[in-house]
Design a protein around this ligand. Structure first.
Ligand code: ATP
Ligand code: MG
Length: 358
């Protein structure tokens, strides 16, 4: 057996601890079934950390993450901390973690599982077969470029945000997208606004250069406005979508509605090498916290992404995904997904079913 993989577990606030419990339970089962070994170390993050340590990201938590092989995070935030000053907001911990850990990519797979067509607000025939992944650049672009705000002549205010990308920033995210495509349907859609933006023209040049390293992967370029439209018109045609920070922010939220429930969507944030941070797309859901009704699927599926991307345990990752799929197809649903005739189960029971399935 190889060295135990060190996993930093940050449950956070709201439903965070409840859904993390289920993901850890599933990982413990994976250890048994696949003969793997994980070392879990828990730490504070978010609102709870503000209350107990005076900061959303305590130094010990950051250090634990840095010496771990991967981070599994629940969710942070809640109404208790909404009025806090910016540096004492729970969400600050997420931005600080991404930056400190050099996580320049965000991966959001969007998969419509069998029998879930009715959960979406879109027509079943439109979303049938949706299985795509949005690869978003996370540490560059307009979010991080220089910002100015000043009085212009005549007294009105003027503000600017610089959209800046270096070749190396584009290259590493596009290469990651192509590598991911190789394990999927081998199709990359690179999204930009090259008819208007110079940074997009550079993006396209670099994307074409990287594409030459992957002759087995098909590449198409799409303008972001068109992509936004195609995503709700023929979403099943997409495989891997790669794009810059702001376009990715918008498109990944748009993609999220294709499957209907936010409780189903996992994510991974990756940097150089195998290290990564894994968390559900949803937030801390304070409205249902402590009731044992949260859907743990997004967190369990995030754990599967961790096995795949950080540890290379593809078989175990696929087994978790299949287990969730089977539990759902047998009709077990947490209340967010349960419709007439289906068994509404608790967070814990859903986790138990996934363990059983494994
Ligand atoms: P954040 O700003 O942290 O993203 P938010 O208020 O925008 O938080 P969520 O915390 O994701 O959003 O909650 C949005 C809605 O989705 C809430 O009604 C919440 O109860 C529901 N929700 C979120 N996650 C889950 C889950 N895992 N299971 C069931 N319902 C969920
Ligand atoms: Mg939100």
């Amino acid at each position: 057996m190889s060295r135990a993989k060190k996993i930093a577990v940050l449950p956070g606030d709201g439903i965070g601890p409840e859904i993390i419990d289920e993901a850890v339970k599933v990982l413990r089962q994976v250890e048994k079934v696949f003969g793997l070994s994980f070392e879990f170390q828990f730490a504070m993050v978010g609102g709870g950390a503000i209350d107990r340590a005076g900061t959303p990201l305590p130094q010990e938590t950051l250090e634990l993450c840095k010496k771990s092989d991967a981070v599994l995070l629940g969710a942070v935030g809640g109404p208790e901390w909404d009025e806090n000053p910016p540096e004492l907001r729970p969400e600050k911990a997420l931005l600080a973690l991404r930056k400190e850990l050099g996580l320049f990519s965000n991966l959001r797979p969007v998969v419509l599982y069998e029998g879930m067509e009715k959960s979406s607000t879109l027509r079943p025939e439109v979303i049938a077969g949706v299985d795509l992944i949005v690869v978003r650049e996370l540490t560059g672009g307009i979010y991080f470029g220089e910002k100015t705000r000043q009085k212009a002549e005549g007294g009105e205010e003027v503000a600017t945000d610089l959209l800046i990308y270096y070749e190396h920033e584009i290259e590493r995210i596009v290469r990651l997208a192509f590598q991911i495509a190789r394990g999927r349907k081998k199709r990359v859609t690179s999204v930009d606004k090259a008819n208007v933006l110079e940074s997009s023209r550079l993006w396209r040049t670099v994307a074409n250069r990287v594409a030459r390293e992957f002759p087995d992967v098909e590449v198409e370029h799409m303008l972001v406005d068109n992509c936004a439209m195609q995503m709700v018109r023929r979403p099943a045609d997409f495989d891997v979508i790669v794009t810059e920070n702001m376009f990715g922010d918008i498109l990944s939220d748009e993609a999220a509605i294709l499957t209907g429930s936010i409780g189903m969507l996992p994510s991974a944030s990756l940097g150089e090498g195998s290290f990564g941070l894994y968390e559900p797309v949803h937030g801390s859901a304070p409205d249902i916290a402590g009731q044992g009704v949260a859907n743990p699927s997004a967190t369990i599926l995030s754990a599967a992404m961790m096995l795949r991307h950080s540890f290379g345990y593809e078989e175990a990752a696929g087994a978790i995904e299949n287990a969730v799929k089977h539990v759902l197809s047998r009709g077990y649903r947490t209340p967010d997904l349960a419709t007439h005739g289906q068994m509404a189960v608790s967070t814990e029971e859903f986790g138990d079913r996934v363990v059983e399935e494994l």
